[in-house]
Design a protein. Structure first.
Length: 914
RNA sequence: GGGGAAUUAGCUCAGCCCGGGAGAGCGCUACAUUCGCAUUGUAGAGGUCAGGGGUUCGAAUCCCCUAUUCUCCA
């Protein structure tokens, strides 16, 4: 057996099949380019789907690839086993109606034995039960002993698994797998009664799929006219075999990452002897980090950005798990971006896209890691105190168990709720909560957690339901039943025109006529055969305007479309409009043009943002109305004020150079080739509408636009805000709205300048100096009050009466407010060991009350709160507080003498009480 | 689109449940210790408790609105 590195195995394979007439083809992106049904590319054959179906147009019938693959369902197992990965490489050779089993089997097998030098005695193969053809080839052409050929059922040896009995319909076929035997000295197992080969002795290193049938209903297998070969081999496993390692993670494909992290742990934690292979727990972490950093780097290289949904969410989750593992190893500073550099070193030669986006990878990883560390330590702290409280309250206390015994760990009440709260509020991953609980010997209440999640989903669903839309659905259905033609849109060329009324709606019902002043549940809707009204789409709001018929007219408030029908929401203003009327439709030109300004400006803004912030900026949504435009884009960090100013400048420069705008319809493929950007493949049909602003911006767009950028006038950015992590929103205005904004700013400034009596340029300085003057004045006032309070203190001391040890006082302090009284009471209390008293401060038609009592006197029945309540009652107010200290307020200063005598009465009761 | 959370000194945060004199640590300034520095000690400066409204005699604290930031669900 040769000793080969992972890279050498990959190269050996690809050139082996190149020599056998295969075209070496680049790996497909991890993000399937033409298949929106898939989250990620998970197998080598995905990019050749069309070829297998006979619909492809690649100029070859044999291909070999090393395909990047990502499998999310395996995420939980990564690190716990020798062979689970999220990201892995799949070597593959494919035949599209070219060669079949008789060539495929020996080529693959002899690659193992000849190119890699794996002895035949270390290999066994499996075939589908009755695939005698395959058996014959293994026996005769390869010369494998029949006890090395195992026959398994459709679950193990059919693709898709169990296809004949369970489906799905479509191309399928038997497969034949090749296994490596780690214990060749032991006797081979008996084939009879065996359902699969025992692990871990046997490891699957190759799977040849023979796509030869088309499954029909009822499990009927029709032979395909074109038979295909789809072979997949896991590079990591084969490398493990050649490296002589039982775990994929111990091969040269992974050691660089493990070494990098181990060294870092040694440096950062001072654990000089730290290394892989010491403790299971740390090994799992090292393996997980190694796997995840590969997945994350490749995902970013393929254009995935961390976000809160879909692919971006998977990326985020993977990065966060890796980050946490590092944290637990003692790496408290971000380190993953450094590790991402290692990925590029190790894999960059085979996958040049890594080298191209190395900066982007490092930046995003770094950013994501930093933001997560903040969240993580916060969440961990919260959970930690929660767990500690569990034990100390004594209400629930469980014995600590070993992590290995997952069996029946105690489930603390409320663990599901706290995990959900942490997850929902701080984005603290629930699996991390689970692991932290596990570390302390508890289990997470997963049912409650899931219930909380479900409740959250329900809330979101209910909240997002739009009220009026149900009607349109039913209405559309009726129009379709009548087979009415779809509305023809003329609004690209014109803003007015004639149309025939096809249908009218009044709330729930379809009606013959809509009249001014009629009672109806509304909203009224009108559908015509032709219309210049733009219907809301692509973020651009629908047009407003007017519709005039022979018997009346109506205002058009908004226009939307569904299944090709344009629905004008109308409000009759005169007479009535009936079905089959021929009507004049007139769009409100002013608001249409204002909208167009904003729409074209949005395209400019998009491009300018890319220019200033980087190519990673992608549109995440937009809203274009006559008043303003909103543009959501992907970007992690807040753009600086300078960046935004530059964006504004760039857009305005394009506006000033008055570039013409061209809208063209062309086939989708042509648009792609010409470099137009947009959401290909989803909403768009075969022909697409392209929009180019000079040479500057090229996008797919169905909206309406000005004819030249000069018509926009100017663009002013109003705000830039964060919508969600990784997504920001810019709001801006153009044209007359921008002018109006400038005017408002000016009038505000004028007002300030007039009022502060300072020229505009000095307003800032003026404000600062005024603020500091104000502060000084306030401080002086306070000091003055304290001085006055000090002066009155002496007078107060003279009024203090004695009742044994206790000193008591009830007095009024003219002009004193709450604060001064507090200060005075405090001093009085400090001066006398045992003191109770109340002070009334008169000022501004109000009376402030503060009472204090030292602890010993509280014990003797004097409560500050009672004093205040009694006096404030007399004074027409209220108050309260603690026994030692209380305050309140009264409204009638003339009652002060009465309040004081009541207070004395209460205070003097001390003497009688003792 | 629908929820949740956070916003308190230059920084990191406590205080909020249960309303009653705005706190801690770090940093800053001064002084002392020292030949000097590190250090240590002492003292001090620094806050419209995000903003607005409400409840209350009294709000950082309870309620409502707004803004900003984070986060989950769709």
């Amino acid at each position: 057996m040769k000793k080969l590195s992972g890279g050498e195995v990959r190269e050996s394979y690809l050139s082996w099949f190149e020599e056998r007439g295969h075209t070496r083809y680049a790996s497909d992106s991890l993000v399937p380019s033409n298949d929106p049904t898939l989250l990620f590319t998970g197998a080598g054959m995905n990019q050749f789907k069309d070829m297998f179906m006979g619909k492809g147009n690649l100029p070859f019938s044999r291909a070999t690839t090393s395909q990047k693959c990502l499998r999310v369902p395996d995420l939980e197992n990564v690190g716990l086993t020798a062979g689970h990965h999220t990201f892995f490489e799949m070597l593959g050779n494919f035949s599209f109606g070219d060669y079949f089993k008789e060539d495929c089997i020996p080529w693959v097998f002899f690659w193992f034995t000849e190119a890699l030098g794996i002895p035949q005695e270390r290999l066994v193969v499996t075939i589908f039960t009755d695939d005698e053809e395959a058996f014959g080839i293994w026996r005769e052409k390869v010369g494998l002993a029949s006890e090395r050929i195992f026959r398994f059922g459709e679950k193990e040896n059919y693709w898709p698994s169990s296809a004949p009995s369970k489906g799905p319909n479509g191309p399928c076929g038997p497969c034949s797998e090749i296994y490596f035997d780690w214990n060749p000295e032991e006797p081979l197992p008996e084939g009879k009664g065996l359902e699969s080969l025992p692990e871990p002795r046997f490891v699957e290193i190759g799977n040849c799929v023979f796509t030869q049938f088309d499954r029909r209903d009822g499990g009927v297998l029709e032979p395909l006219p074109q038979k295909n070969i789809d072979v997949g081999l896991g590079l990591e496993r084969i490398t493990a075999v050649l490296n002589g390692k039982r775990s994929n993670f111990e091969t040269d494909l992974f050691t660089s990452y493990i070494d990098f992290v181990s060294t870092l742990v040694q440096e950062k934690t001072g654990r000089r002897d730290f290394a892989y292979g010491q403790t299971t727990r740390d090994d799992i972490r090292l393996r997980r980090i190694s796997d995840h950093i590969r997945a994350a780097s490749f995902l970013i290289a393929d254009g995935v950005l961390p976000s809160n949904e879909g692919r971006g969410y998977v990326l985020r989750k993977i990065l966060r798990r890796a980050c946490r593992d590092g944290y637990e190893l003692g790496l408290t500073d971000p380190f993953l971006h450094g590790l991402a550099g290692v990925v590029v070193e190790v894999m960059g030669a085979a996958y040049p896209e890594l080298q191209r986006s190395i900066t982007q990878i490092k930046n995003l990883v770094h950013q994501e890691e930093r933001s997560f560390r903040g969240i993580y330590s916060q969440g961990a702290e919260k959970l930690r105190t929660w767990i500690q409280d569990l034990d100390t309250t004594g209400r629930s206390s469980w014995p600590l168990r070993e992590v290995e015994e997952r069996g029946d760990l105690p489930v603390p009440p409320g663990s599901g709720e706290i995990a959900f709260e942490l997850h929902d509020t701080f984005g603290f991953p629930v699996d991390v909560s689970g692991v932290m609980l596990l570390d302390e010997g508890y289990a997470l209440d997963e049912d409650t957690f899931k219930k909380s999640m479900e409740a959250q989903r329900k809330r979101a669903r209910e909240g997002s339901e739009i009220v009026g839309e149900l009607f349109v659905e039913g209405f559309v259905h009726k129009l379709k039943e009548k087979e009415l033609p779809a509305t023809q849109f003329t609004g690209y060329e014109t803003c007015s025109g004639q149309g025939r009324v096809l249908a009218l709606g009044d709330g729930e019902e379809e009606v013959e006529r809509i009249s001014q002043g009629q009672d109806g549940s509304g909203p009224y809707r009108l559908v015509t055969d032709t219309t210049p009204f733009y219907a809301e789409a692509g973020g651009q709001v629908g047009d407003r305007g007017e519709v005039r018929g022979p018997q009346g007219r109506a205002r058009v408030l908004e226009c939307s479309k569904q299944d090709g029908y344009y629905f004008h929401r109308i409000e009759p203003i005169e007479g009535s409009i009936a079905r089959d009327d021929t009507v004049e439709l007139e769009v409100d030109v002013e608001s249409r043009v204002a909208t167009e300004r904003n729409h074209t400006a949005t395209h400019l803004l998009h491009q300018a943002l890319k220019e200033v912030l980087g190519p990673q900026v992608a549109q995440a949504g937009s809203m274009v109305s006559p008043d303003r435009l909103r543009f959501d884009y992907t970007q992690g960090e807040r753009p600086s004020a300078e960046d935004l100013a530059r964006v504004e400048d760039i857009v305005n420069r394009e506006i000033l150079s008055s570039v013409p705008i061209n809208a063209l319809e062309m086939p989708l493929e042509e648009a792609q080739k010409a470099g137009f950007t947009g959401l290909f493949g989803e909403k768009y049909g075969r022909t697409v509408r392209t929009l180019s602003v000079g040479q500057y911006s090229r996008e797919l767009c169905g909206g309406t636009h000005v004819r030249s950028t000069g018509q926009i006038g100017q663009l002013r950015i109003l705000s830039d805000a964060s919508l969600a992590s990784g997504i920001r929103r810019i709001e801006a205005v153009t044209g007359l709205a921008a002018l109006e904004l400038g005017r408002q700013d000016r009038s505000t400034l004028d007002l300030l300048a007039r009022d502060l009596k300072a020229p505009r340029e000095e307003l800032g300085d003026r404000l600062i100096s005024l603020k500091s003057q104000l502060k000084q004045a306030q401080k002086a006032l306070e000091q003055q009050r304290m001085v006055e309070a000090g002066a009155s203190l002496e007078g107060l001391l003279e009024s203090v009466k004695e009742r044994g040890e206790a000193k008591i006082l009830a007095a009024s302090v003219p002009g004193a407010g709450n604060k001064e009284l507090l200060e005075l009471s405090d001093r009085l209390r400090k001066k006398h060991k045992s003191f109770a008293g109340i002070l009334l401060g008169e000022g501004q038609g109000q009376v402030a009350l503060v009472a204090v009592a030292t602890k010993d006197l509280v014990g003797r029945g004097i409560r500050a709160g009672d004093l205040v309540k009694a006096c404030a009652g007399i004074l027409g107010g209220g108050g309260g507080g603690r026994p030692e200290m209380a305050q309140g307020k009264g409204k009638d200063p003339s009652k002060i003498p009465a309040a004081l005598s009541k207070a004395w009465e209460m205070l003097e009761s001390i003497g009688t009480a003792s």
